[in-house]
Write a protein that binds this ligand. Structure first.
Ligand code: 13P
Length: 252
């Protein structure tokens, strides 16, 4: 069954101390007021993972890294491997965020290595896809997203695909305050689910959680999450405020 998931992506924000305080506030709110059937994930910087993982109740709040190395270990100065991420207590890895694709030249080939290592270590990838504004304006967003999926997660066998969470984040809606309309988000997520049904089976497509991300907030989450194919959100800015994040968790 598809899980409802609300995942925060803190991006390059907060010191360790601030991050731990935020995690503790979210944890407290989730334990006391959070919808029990929603999987909550906090995507923190690498430096925060262990402290955040130790500050939350792991049965209710999961921790994610925002990236991982494309190699298992070795002479790769500055890189952080999936097994290192796993050793902190984190259980999710955000992969292929558009900011990493755009600013750090992350390609499908690199992502395939990262996906393989993440799955090998038993962590859950949150695989991001989504088009830039020019592609949307040209009307080729579906073709573009299809290609992103075909070059990466659609190369995986069924049992591995089933371990993945997909997040559709149109780049033009990220951090801009300009959310995709509920209909635009639903259309794309239904399209992605249809692609999974075609490539795998309809039953498999019904097992996979697909999230929307891009200026998702306490104000619009309810509308977005009421759509049949939207299983939750990947939240940037609004995940940095515990009360707003809780409101999104409770927006189903
Ligand atoms: P915002 O919610 O700040 O638009 O960011 C979305 C995002 O990129 C989450 O990964």
């Amino acid at each position: 069954m598809r899980k409802k998931i609300v995942a925060g992506n803190w991006k390059c924000n907060t010191t360790v101390k601030e991050g731990v305080e935020l995690a503790k506030s979210v944890n407290e709110l989730v334990l006391t007021k959070g919808a029990k059937d929603v999987v909550v994930v906090l995507g923190t910087p690498f430096t925060h993972l262990i402290s955040v993982a130790e500050s939350v109740d792991s049965s209710r709040v999961n921790v994610a890294s925002q990236n991982c190395a494309a190699e298992a270990k070795g002479a790769f100065t500055g890189e952080v491997s999936v097994s290192m991420v796993k050793s902190t207590g984190a259980t999710y890895v955000i992969l292929g965020h558009s900011e990493r694709r755009e600013y750090y030249n992350e390609t499908s080939d690199t992502l395939n290595k990262k996906l393989a290592l993440t799955l090998e270590q038993g962590l859950t990838p949150i695989y991001c896809c989504g088009e830039a504004l020019a592609i949307r304006e040209a009307g080729s967003e579906k073709e573009f997203v299809k290609q992103q999926l075909e070059e990466t997660i659609f190369l995986l066998p069924t049992e591995k695909l089933l371990k993945i969470v997909i997040a559709y984040e149109p780049i033009w809606a990220i951090g801009t305050g300009k959310t995709a309309s509920t209909q635009q988000a639903q259309d794309m997520l239904a399209f992605i689910r249809g692609l999974i049904a075609d490539k795998y089976t309809k039953e498999i497509a019904e097992e996979i959680s697909i999230l929307y991300g891009g200026s998702c907030s306490a104000v619009n989450a309810n509308d977005l999450f009421s759509q049949p194919d939207i299983d939750g959100g990947l939240i940037g800015g609004a995940s940095l405020k515990a009360a707003d994040f809780l409101a999104i968790i409770n927006a189903f």
